[in-house]
Design a binder for this molecule. Sequence first.
Ligand code: HEC
Ligand code: HEC
Ligand code: HEC
Length: 157
Amino acid sequence: MWNIWRGIRLVALSLVLIISIGLLTVWPTSEAQAEYGDVVINNYSSEADMRPPVFPHWFHRIRFRCKVCHADLGFEFKAGGNDISMVKIFEGEYCGACHNGEIAWSVENCSLCHSGNVDAKTDVHNSTLDMLVAPPQSVKKKDAPPQPDKNKKAGKP
Ligand code: HEC
Ligand code: HEC
Ligand code: HEC
């Protein structure tokens, strides 16, 4: 008798576990994952039916000098300002300079990079530039450069 109950409890526990893991993977979690400075890069991903990659900038900044990426690897200082493709990454350019199984885990871990919400636009989550650039209303309309619509930001509450 005791063994049967133990068995049932085990099955019930496993079910709960499986369901929670299922929910975690199915539910969109982009807000929970979006951190200060994260960059969503989406020049091509949505067109290719792929979730856009999220680049955790601070995670990388802590580990490498700016120069490594912005001088040596040629990343422009602009969200979406680089023409990155998977072919280039496979050939060791851009993210592929490190995500090659040596410096960091390799490219077959698609979903670790392609984790943005479906159709999330290229954007920086609360970027430093956003805070340094004068808000649109303090600039004369006709002189103002085109401003992104702050309210439409992906990943913003
Ligand atoms: C591991 C590589 C890497 C390192 C290190 C790095 N960056 Fe970046 N940075 C990127 C990438 C990738 C982007 C996004 C480019 C894109 O969207 O095409 C970016 C974007 C930016 C942007 C524009 C987006 C924004 O947040 O406004 C700025 C400014 C920037 N980086 C500054 C820095 C500074 C300053 C440092 C050093 C403290 C640094 N980066 C270190 C890779 C890096
Ligand atoms: C200069 C080297 C370098 C470049 C360039 C680089 N990464 Fe990374 N990345 C790393 C390292 C190192 C880690 C940590 C790996 C580990 O924990 O095993 C990492 C981890 C990550 C993580 C996981 C962060 C976490 O919270 O665990 C993501 C996502 C990621 N990189 C995306 C990208 C994307 C997208 C690009 C290109 C736009 C890129 N990386 C370019 C070195 C780099
Ligand atoms: C290290 C991060 C990283 C990993 C891992 C990664 N990608 Fe990408 N991928 C990117 C970046 C950055 C772009 C450029 C995104 C954009 O501009 O839309 C991109 C673009 C793409 C695109 C659209 C452009 C193109 O080149 O066709 C597809 C499709 C794609 N990736 C599929 C994959 C698949 C499939 C995998 C796993 C085998 C994968 N990616 C793994 C970072 C990554």
